[in-house]
Design a binder for this molecule. Sequence first.
Ligand code: ADP
Ligand code: MG
Length: 987
Amino acid sequence: MLNALTKFFGSKSDREVKRLSHIVAQINQHFEAYESLSDAQLRAKTDEFRSRLNDGETLDEILPEAFAAVKSACKRMLGDTWDAAGLKVTWDMVPYDVQLIGGIVLHQGRIAEMATGEGKTLVATLPLYLNALEGKGAHLITVNDYLARRDSQWMGKIFEFLGLSVGCILAHMPNDERREAYRADITYGTNNEFGFDYLRDNMAIRPEDVVQRGHHYAIVDEVDSVLIDEARTPLIISGPVSRSTHKFGELKGHVDKLVKKQNELVNHLVAEAEKLLAEETADSEYKAGINILTAYRGAPKNKRLLKLLQEPGTKRLMGRIENDYLRDKRMPEIDEELYFAIDERHHTIDLMEKGREELARSMRADAEVFILPDMAEELSRIEGMDISAERKLEMRQRIEDVFLDRSERNHNITQLLRAHMLYERDIEYVVEDNARVVIVDEFTGRLQYGRRYSDGLHQAIEAKENVQIERETQTIATITLQNYFRLYDKLAGMTGTAETEEQEFYDIYKLDVVVIPTHKPVIRQDHDDVIYKTKKEKYEAVLNEIEGCYHKRQPVLVGTTNVEVSETISRLLQRRKIPHEVLNAKHHQREAEIVARAGQPGSITIATNMAGRGTDIKLGKGVVELGGLRIIGTERHEARRIDRQLRGRSGRQGDPGESRFYLSLEDDLMRLFGSERIAGIMDRLGVQEGEVITHPMITRSIGKAQKRVEAQNFAIRKHLLEYDDVMNRQREVIYDRRRRVLFGEEIEDLVLEMMDEWIESLFDRTTEEGTSIESWNLEDLQRALASVIRVFLDLNLEELPSLDRDELLEKVKQMARESFERRKGEVDPELLPNFLQGTILGYIDEEWKDHLYEMDRLKEGVGLRAYGQRDPLVEFKREGYSLFEEMLDRINEKSLKSIFQSRILTLTKPKESIPAEQMAAVHRQAAGMAYAYAQAPQQERQESQAPAQAQGQAPAKPQPIRKGKAPGRNDPCPCGSGKKYKYCHGR
Ligand code: ADP
Ligand code: MG
């Protein structure tokens, strides 16, 4: 019914396509007219278009002629041959009408859905040419380096024919070549390269190091894969932590001993408890409960304890006693029995008095070294001393050092204890080759190479396992692909499969999808799924089908959701002695060559989703008669899009073909999301054990399950994006400021702005609006003004009562300007701009880097607050904002102080940036067809599943330990970060 209706009135895309056909007619008219032009005259069109644009004509007006010029160039090149990424190509393409329509859609900044093999590579050249005429660059984004190179060389000839230049950005390309490529009219490259260049540009310390020249127009090829699959993980540039002061090596032996002691103690407690329980009196039972609770606080993963807790009633007994103690606030009594106390739910560990003494004995030190000085008290004591200011400063520094030193040590000890007590080898992590600690994903059990626990925990585990302790790294720049692509003035995309994700493209990128009809009708047969009860039966059937095709010489492409399945099928095929190829999206060029042959008679290719994407599968001789390329899906993906992608590999340009998915009730998708319903349907249909079933109802039902999962994944991505938006706005502000400094023509104006900003925030801190003068902190105000910008504010006591805050603020701003003028007088004007630039840039980079680190912590931290019924996102926004404000304030203050107070003003070289070889650019690739949901990194899941935590699942994120009294807001943070408490864990 619905189908009939849409056919009758036409779908949205049909109407769209119809609307664009009249432009196609115009293009073709111009094309005819151009036939009579010489090659040189055709080329001259480019200059003509450019000057007409200059004279105010719009791209839309020029489009029909520009597209006709491209089409004409294509026609003139027919039969030419050249080399593209090692492949000899013979030009054989003149855009079809549907391709012209696709080109218009791309020009309009939308997504063109065009099936595989429809020639999207060619389609893109039309809008690229048109939009490059504006001279601001047009970018084409491909999914891998190989395709960037191939397509730029393959299509490059068209642009050159018409007098435009083409560049290609590849990994490991030096900076000057990159800049050259960006200067070209049209630039090809992968999303990672474009994104990382953007980040690196914003770390440049000299204007000439910047390679990109703006973000004008981009077409993203395989747009679903880039903007949906890849976009979930951010691009990160990381470098070594500037201050690495861990003492794991030195502390390890002592902590090992302590752990041993605690384990002995816990074993003893459990043994006691067992004895007491055997007595079976109420009194002894209660005592046993206390022992059990103590043991649990001491070693929650102790084997003997866990066993005892399995006994009926013991868990309840422990809970009862815990409640009693919590209610009476007597938990410390329990903990005091221990060397250290563990709160398993919150993942925190407290070193107790007994433990401190034990450690001190073992280290031959004073137990006091584990106790943090009370900074507020110490500082006010020093302040009150009758000694010189210099001496005070010295004492302050000394006490600060003591604090830092001790908090660092405590933090290391706690992390080592955590590593021992809460992280089990072969469960939470594995040790590979006796050399590497690799995290195990708790849901999928997959090894998470390259990921590390944060906050020193990973090193603590390395210390525990006696492997080399690696240097900690930290993020120095990061952006998600989503936000990178939002930088473009105009964005467009193309892919074979966008329709199912239409909503997401629109919601997140404001891109709408137009489905372009195929050049020739698709005659591929897509069969209903067949479903088996077990995987074993399913693979058996798959193998039989492959073998059948192999004997007929019909080519087969087997699609898998991940590498493991590919390998399983490959092993089974080897057993049957059937030759085949396996592709895992690792060696793009080689795999492209293999996939290109996948349509040859008798060829059998097993590939994960991404492998060989972008390479056309042409059918070999006689294959049409055999029914074309046969597609076998070994599992349904959680997104319908990926399944369509696989099917689309066959039946290109009107070729025959067939596709079928083989499923089992044991498949992930079925287990996770639909097996009950499907099992229900199977029962209703009366399917017996061991029987195969295929039924449209089941295919539909699976489709529904997929839709649910898609919606869920979309929600997760959207949620992540909301977090990232906070960062994105901050990044925009900082990068904008940075650029102004880097290219600083008006750097002095910026200094004035910074002064105003800083003064305003100083006023906010010291003279709260709407309060009386008596409560103002004028002393602080005066001191800060003097010490930072050399403004000496002389306040006349008589005038005070009539003082108006705003007047005072204005007066101070005026004085600041004068002070800056005086300062300029002291400085060689030649050197001034450079000096200002170097100073401000240095502080921006330093503070931004620290800020990124803090934002990471904040993000981890807010997840935990879901306990307090507060919305973590709201918290994140609020606190992220105030952290950011504080950072801007620090940048201002530090820069100004340095500008006003540096005694010798030499030509300062900008601060050394981190050497490139120490930086790592990482983008965790989406794992092709693997299950995104189950694979979401733990943290992301926590964010999206905050409510689940409240039901008692402890989030496994490190939490700071607080000892004794909370430090003052301006004290160094006890976590050992070296930052003030208010900027760190005291938020
Ligand atoms: P897609 O990216 O849409 O999957 P490609 O750009 O890889 O497709 O093109 C696939 C193949 O289709 C090309 O190698 C070419 O042989 C063929 N093709 C595309 N457009 C034309 C055309 N206008 N005329 C002839 N062949 C074409
Ligand atoms: Mg393609």
